[in-house]
Design a protein around this ligand. Structure first.
Ligand code: FAD
Length: 464
């Protein structure tokens, strides 16, 4: 019997978020029917939930996966290009382009709108069945079937294969781990976040430069802002949960969860630290007081599979901190990798699941580490003069040796053909080279480019 004719053709997807919906589309294109179990109601899936990131940065890896699914043209009108970082500090601001090659930009996209579009496409174009308002509450370990709570009662979900894309707090992962069949660690960061809305300017235009991701780095904490199609920005304040400058301090002793606010104190802190943007947030005190503080963390899990029938993907397998803007991109890349394997092995699920995990694990580990490193860079390092020199040298080396030297940020954001693990490995070598060259120079003109050539040629092969 050919793969196309095998009966192993019904998949269950737990979680119809970004990864789950893209996966449903990719599977449908391969002739695999899916039923998607989604905890939220249909309306909730399209509404920004309090405390969730409202907009996200989409980059080349995510775009490549959307193109593979044939939905890039539908997504395109939702995207706002961001060509670099607009750094606000010391009373001024400056623009640092992300890359130097054509098209090296990332895109701000509203999470809820993208999620709604992918769900609509999955349902209307590919006939995927969504069961909204039903939640997976665990896994029947014996039969490796998800336990689903529906308004009518609980049931065991039958399918040939189950993909768990139920996000960082995955009930599937927790259920399997609790039974001792997975090792899962959830490492919370001691920083949380709150989202605030920067309204459009009085004339209806953007109040800040629209083609940039804005950053206000302040050492132990920071603010960022991404543009929205309605000409507002979503600003996200990242702050320690406890300590002198923290959500606890802003909101009072019980502050981090309860929101027992000191609105005027919080607004004063904000105005002192982020003066140029405070005036652009009309409801600042109320938003700071009332919006829930989101937590951030890294999920590390081994294995991602259970009994050759269940596979974790996206945040359920490897949630990461958001400071490289890659969580969704990595989740979409998982889906693309799975699609490639289904193309190669058909519905030989044990083989597909094993190969997916083998191919993606080290990449998930690599982006998790790089995302944590980027947090330090965004809060701190972008403020140091040496950062700019190293960045300038990196761009110069890319110009001189484009086949060998690609800045690590560019590898991660703009080069899906270079895996995360390879970007991390090459990035470490490049960091050594940059440190050596920058230590002996005060400006780009001082750099010893003969030595640079020697280092690049002996230490870096071509990545492709
Ligand atoms: P999710 O998007 O979390 O989707 C999970 C889905 O499962 C949801 O629909 C949920 O309702 C459903 N669900 C949950 N539990 C159950 C259950 N028990 N039963 C049934 N359904 C369930 N990534 C980027 O690439 N770029 C960025 O700029 C970026 N910024 C971020 C900023 C912040 C503040 C945060 C927190 C994250 C950011 N991310 C970013 C990461 C990104 O949000 C995630 O990596 C991405 O959403 C993962 O997609 P997913 O489908 O795996 O999980």
């Amino acid at each position: 019997m050919s793969a196309a004719a095998t009966p192993m053709r019904r998949a269950a997807i737990i979680g119809g978020g970004l990864a789950g919906s893209l996966l449903a589309i990719l599977l449908a294109r391969r002739g695999v029917d899916s039923v998607v179990i989604e905890r939220a109601t249909e309306a909730e899936s399209r509404t920004p939930a309090g405390g969730r990131s409202i907009n996200l940065a989409l980059a080349a890896r995510g775009l490549a996966a959307l193109a593979r699914a044939g939905v890039a043209a539908e997504v395109e009108p939702l995207l706002l290009p961001m060509r670099g970082r607009q750094v606000h500090q010391d009373g001024g601001e400056r623009f640092l382009p992300y890359g130097q090659r054509r098209g090296e930009e990332i895109y701000s996209v509203a999470r809820a709108t993208l999620n709604g579009l992918l769900q609509d496409l999955a349902r209307a174009r590919f006939g995927v069945e969504y069961r909204y308002g039903q939640a997976c509450v665990g896994v029947d370990i014996e039969s490796a079937r998800p336990i689903v709570a529906a308004p009518e009662g609980r049931y065991l979900l039958d399918a040939d294969v189950v993909f768990a894309t139920d996000g960082a707090g995955s009930a599937v992962r927790r259920g399997i781990a609790a039974a001792g069949h997975m090792q899962a660690r959830e490492e919370l960061l001691d920083h949380g976040y709150v989202e605030l809305t920067v309204r459009p300017a009085a004339d209806g235009g953007f109040a800040l430069r629209p083609d940039a991701l804005h950053i206000w780095p302040r050492g132990g904490f920071m603010l960022i802002a991404l543009p929205n199609l309605d000409r507002s920005f979503t600003a996200t304040l990242f702050l320690p949960l406890e300590g002198a400058k923290s959500f606890a301090a802003l909101r009072g002793a019980k502050g981090k969860a309860a929101g027992a606010a000191h609105p005027s104190g919080a607004a004063a802190f904000f105005a002192e630290e982020f003066g140029d943007v405070a005036a652009l947030i009309p409801n600042l005190a109320a938003e700071l007081a009332s919006r829930p503080v989101g937590t951030l963390g890294t999920v590390r899990c081994r294995p991602w599979r259970f009994k050759d029938r269940i596979l974790l993907l996206g945040d359920a397998a490897h949630a990461i901190v958001p400071f490289h803007g890659q969580g969704m991109n990595a989740a979409f890349e998982d889906c693309a990798a799975l699609d490639e394997l289904v193309g190669r092995h058909g519905a030989d699920w044990p083989r597909v699941l094993e190969a997916l995990e083998r191919g993606r694990l080290e990449n998930a580990d690599a982006i998790a580490e790089m995302a944590l490193e980027n947090y330090r860079e965004m809060r701190d390092t972008v403020r140091s003069p040496n950062f700019e020199l190293r960045r300038a040298i990196a761009f110069e080396l890319e110009r001189r040796f484009p086949e060998r030297f690609v800045p690590r940020y560019s590898m991660v954001m703009f080069h899906p053909e270079i895996s995360y693990a390879e970007a991390q490995r090459r990035g470490a070598i490049q960091a050594d080279i940059l440190a050596e060259l920058a230590a002996a120079a005060t400006s780009l003109e001082d750099v010893d480019f003969d030595r640079a050539r020697e280092l690049v040629e002996t230490r870096l092969n071509t990545p492709r």
